[in-house]
Every structure is written in structure tokens, then in C-alpha cells.
Design a protein around this ligand. Structure first.
Ligand code: 2RA
Length: 334
């Protein structure tokens, strides 16, 4: 019997993409329940030739639901995910609410699928988009050479702030072109033709929450509690794809040729895109709307011993959020 699937946060950028990925990934379902705030309840969503009416997200909205995909922010997940689990659903939560909970697996299906089998709370956490995209490039290298440390800088699309981030960038581009007022509601500084070295709030010690996620989540997903990670997360005027510049140090001797050979059939979800002699390397426009992450600019790092410098790009809304969550659902159905 195909599952009854619910999407909590169904009218947000990620929620809408979850619907799209359910169709693209041909996930079978017997019933689809779309849940959102009272403000969005009653909206009609066209999907696979049917008209679905959005219902209000309430504690008792999960009756009979088998899989509940959440992408409505941490506070909504904290309040409603336990109700969904109590109603018998497996929750796949895209927020950060449960990611570091020792009883909640943090899963990227291509990297640690086995973790999805143990769900004492009935909740599986979807990692942060920047972590997913970085580890899609690094996990195959870790399996081959043993990852020791990560030094990263991210170039993050405005879609990471939801639809509001995209609207802010587009309205500022228009304002720059037509001399209108530059509205700053989502970001502390103008984002159009600018970059902002802050994603999420600052913590003690000067890192942001986003940068700390890269450290904490990479350790949990790879099962490397001693892994060293330092990261600077930057918001850039790009619509949908995150890019990450990485210097990664390894235990075993590594060469560029051996590292490039790692990608291919055995690494679904990430492909090599790397031939500087012909100008071949990935840019955000190459991955936007696509499933795969792309890796390029691979070279021996000139500072760190036995380390590779590389560049990875991936669609933040798809593999960074919605697609990864839907792939976890597919894993549960296998
Ligand atoms: C961002 N990774 O890019 C965060 C949340 N999606 O804003």
C-alpha cells in the first residue's frame, strides 16, 4: 500500500520543491496532505492533474500519515514533528531543530543511508544545505583517502532565505536598474551587486550558526567526531545554487588524478566537471534546477600538506533541501 505523505510548510520554496521532487522521483503515494499556516490554508495547489487544498498545520493533522516531510522552520518542527511521530508517521525534518539530537539520524542517502534505519523518535533530520553540498564532494574522497580536515568558504544563494530572499534580490536588481528604493528586509546589507559575510546569527567566538553547522553536521554524518572544520559562509547575489570553495586534508597520500578518478558511476548525485584548459568548471547556473552537485577546480593545495583544493556547486533548494528529503523518503520505502 503506497504511503500517505504529508508536507508541512507546503507553500514555502522548499515545500513546493518537495512536491516537484516527489513527482520527478516517482515516489508512490496513496494520499497527499499539504499543510501550512492558517494564512495559507485554503490555497489550491495543482499537482499531477489534481487540485490539492492546503490545510492548516495543527497537532491532529497527521492522522493516517505515513511520511511527514517538514520544511516550515525550527519552531514549527519542534512543536508539530512529535505530534506527527506520535500519530505513527516517520518525520523527515528539513529544519535544524533535531539535527544534533543523538536519537535523530542526520542523513544524506548517498553518504550514510544506514543511519535512516534507526529512528527511536520517529524523526530523521535533513542536514543543512551547505553541509549536504560540501559533503557530496567530500564523502567519496573521504572513503578513498580518509578526511582529516576541512577549510571552506561558501557562496550561498538567496534561496537559502526562502522565497523572501529571492524577492529581495530581484527587487534590488530592479531598483538598481531603474533608480528605485533599495529595500533591505531580509538581509542587513544590500545583496544586489554585493556579498554579505554573514549567514544566520553570530555565536560566541565570532563564527555564525551556519558555519558551526558545517562543523557539527559533518562530524555526525561522516561519523568523525575529531574532524577539524573551519568555514566562512557568505551570502552572494545568486538565485538558487550554493558554491563552496574547500581545502581538504587527508590521511592517505592523495593526487589530483586519483581524486578525480573517484567520481563517476560509483558516486551518484555528484559528478566531476573539471578541465580548466577548456574553461570547464561548475558555476551556480550549471546546477540550478538540477539534481547533481558538480565538482571542479581540483588541484593539490599549495599550503596544506597532502590536501586538495576544490570547488563544489549544488542546487540549494533541490539537493540542499527538498531532493535530499525526498530521497530519504524513497530510502524508507525501499
Ligand atoms: C541558508 N543554509 O542558506 C541556510 C538555510 N537554508 O540561508
Amino acid at each position: 500500500q503506497p504511503p500517505h505523505i504529508a508536507i508541512a510548510g507546503a507553500t514555502g520554496a522548499v515545500g513546493i520543491e518537495m512536491l516537484n521532487c516527489l513527482a520527478e522521483q516517482k515516489v508512490p503515494y496513496s494520499q497527499l496532505t499539504l499543510l501550512a499556516s492558517a494564512r495559507s490554508a485554503g490555497k489550491v495547489v495543482e499537482f499531477q492533474g489534481k487540485e490539492l487544498v492546503v490545510k492548516e498545520l495543527t497537532a491532529d493533522a497527521f492522522e493516517g500519515v505515513d511520511i511527514a516531510l517538514f520544511s516550515a522552520g525550527g519552531s514549527i518542527s519542534l512543536e508539530f514533528a512529535p505530534h506527527a511521530a506520535a500519530a505513527g508517521a516517520i518525520v523527515i525534518d528539513n529544519s535544524s531543530a533535531f539535527r544534533m539530537d543523538p536519537e535523530v539520524p542526520l542523513v544524506v542517502p548517498e553518504i550514510n543511508p544506514e543511519a535512516a534505519k534507526t529512528t527511536p523518535k520517529g524523526i530523521i533530520a535533513n542536514p543543512n544545505c551547505t553541509t549536504i553540498i560540501s559533503l557530496m564532494a567530500l564523502a567519496p574522497l573521504h572513503r578513498a583517502f580518509g578526511l582529516k580536515s576541512i577549510i571552506a568558504s561558501s557562496y550561498q544563494a538567496v534561496s537559502g532565505s526562502g522565497a523572501a530572499g529571492i524577492v529581495e534580490l530581484d527587487s534590488q536588481i530592479q531598483a538598481l536598474a531603474n533608480g528605485g528604493e533599495i529595500k533591505k528586509e531580509v538581509y542587513p546589507h544590500q545583496i544586489a551587486s554585493n556579498v554579505i559575510p554573514q549567514v544566520d546569527v553570530f555565536l560566541e567566538g565570532g563564527y555564525t550558526k551556519e558555519e558551526q553547522k558545517m562543523l557539527n553536521e559533518s562530524r555526525k554524518i561522516l561519523g568523525l567526531p575529531e574532524l577539524n572544520v573551519t568555514c566562512t559562509c557568505v551570502r552572494v547575489p545568486v538565485h538558487r545554487s550554493h558554491s563552496v570553495s574547500i581545502s581538504a586534508q587527508f590521511e592517505k597520500p592523495v593526487t589530483v588524478e586519483a581524486a578525480q578518478a573517484v567520481y563517476g558511476e560509483a558516486t551518484p548525485g555528484v559528478q566531476l566537471c573539471d578541465d580548466p584548459s577548456t574553461g570547464l568548471y561548475p558555476t551556480p547556473l550549471d546546477t540550478s534546477g538540477k539534481d547533481d552537485c558538480l565538482v571542479g577546480r581540483m588541484r593539490m593545495d599549495q599550503v596544506l600538506p597532502n590536501a586538495l583544493a576544490l570547488w563544489v556547486v549544488g542546487d540549494q533548494v533541490k539537493k540542499g533541501a527538498a531532493l535530499n528529503a525526498v530521497q530519504i523518503a524513497k530510502l524508507l520505502l525501499e
